[in-house]
Write a protein that binds this ligand. Structure first.
Ligand code: 13P
Ligand code: SF4
Length: 304
């Protein structure tokens, strides 16, 4: 069976089984083509709540499927590939943060959405890369413990200098691998290119960027921008989607390391099995986790 046939089968089954397919923008084109909605992590969480279908198949990583479940407890939420996790989300756990909180009792704990549902239960509010600056600015408290991504935290701290951000040593192993040398080399090779980077990159990389934003913000900026050449400082799929939708523009990767194996773990066959009810993993969260982690997400949506 070729890709088109498999996509047709998924589209038929999706209707028959009342399934909404959500895909993060890092997913392959074969998957984004059959998704009901593709977007960054903030957009996906909002769309999940609005979806009228009873079943949701998430093509992304585990924390995204957990976020969908938190927002739509009455829906059956399947993670298309149960092995797709985000290594950053597993860097810190509830006990560790509870211990750190005792040292900083008056701090508001802000969690990047790339955290487990369990960790969210001990945090005050979530942020995504697209909402972090706006939300931190809007918080009444000056003192903020920002977890787990110190690169995103550093970026936010620079945008909101009136706040005091305490950062920990966490971050994305993929974006964190990009070096300043990579940017200097890319600039030398493509001197006229407009440089775009995700805020999960290190500060010494971000300082060279012409534009810093979430996956969707990068996509939109490149689609709408008047420049002809772009250096992409986020996952490879973004450059691939852009090359497809803007064939007249040129897109170069900032580093060959910008490939997230977890985001690439989901195949069209995984989506087929999940939609057919023969695969994927149903996300089940206990009542306490649902209640306490949801507060964090609700506050994010309210302020974001
Ligand atoms: P976005 O919030 O920009 O979609 O990023 C999610 C992510 O995992 C980036 O690595
Ligand atoms: Fe997690 Fe980084 Fe992969 Fe995003 S790119 S899912 S933050 S490991």
């Amino acid at each position: 069976m070729d890709i088109n046939d498999l996509q047709e089968k998924i589209l038929d089954l999706k209707k028959k089984n009342d399934v909404c397919i959500l895909a993060h923008s890092y997913q392959n084109k074969a998957i984004t083509e059959i998704a009901d909605f593709t977007g960054d992590s903030f957009q996906l969480s909002v769309m999940a709540e609005k979806a009228s279908q009873k079943n949701i198949v998430m093509c992304g990583v585990r924390f995204m499927a957990e976020t969908v479940k938190l927002l739509s407890p009455e829906k059956k939420v399947l993670l298309a590939n149960p092995d797709a996790g985000c290594p950053m989300a597993d860097q810190m756990d509830r006990d560790m943060i509870n211990m750190i909180k005792t040292e900083y009792p008056n701090y508001t704990v802000v969690a990047y959405i790339n955290t487990t549902a369990e960790l969210k239960t001990v945090c005050d509010i979530c942020v995504t890369s697209s909402s972090a600056v706006k939300i931190v600015k809007a918080l009444p408290n000056k003192d903020i413990l920002f977890i787990p991504d110190c690169n995103l935290g550093d970026y936010v701290a620079k945008q909101v200098p009136e706040k005091n951000l305490k950062l920990l040593q966490g971050g994305c192993p993929i974006h964190g691998k990009v070096t300043e040398k990579d940017v200097l080399e890319a600039k030398k090779l493509h001197p006229n290119a407009f440089i775009m980077a995700h805020p999960e990159c290190k500060p010494e990389v971000l300082k060279h960027a012409n534009f810093i934003g979430s996956t969707s913000a990068i996509l939109n900026r490149a689609i709408e921008g008047g420049e002809q050449e772009y250096i992409i400082g986020t996952e490879l799929s973004i450059a691939e989607h852009l090359s497809f939708c803007c064939p007249d523009k040129k897109f170069y990767m900032l580093s060959k390391h910008l490939i997230c194996d977890d985001m690439k773990a989901t195949t069209l066959m995984d989506v087929y099995r999940a939609v057919a009810g023969e695969g994927g993993e149903e996300i089940i969260l206990d009542e306490d986790t649902m209640r306490d982690a949801r507060k964090c997400i609700d506050k994010m949506i309210e302020l974001g």
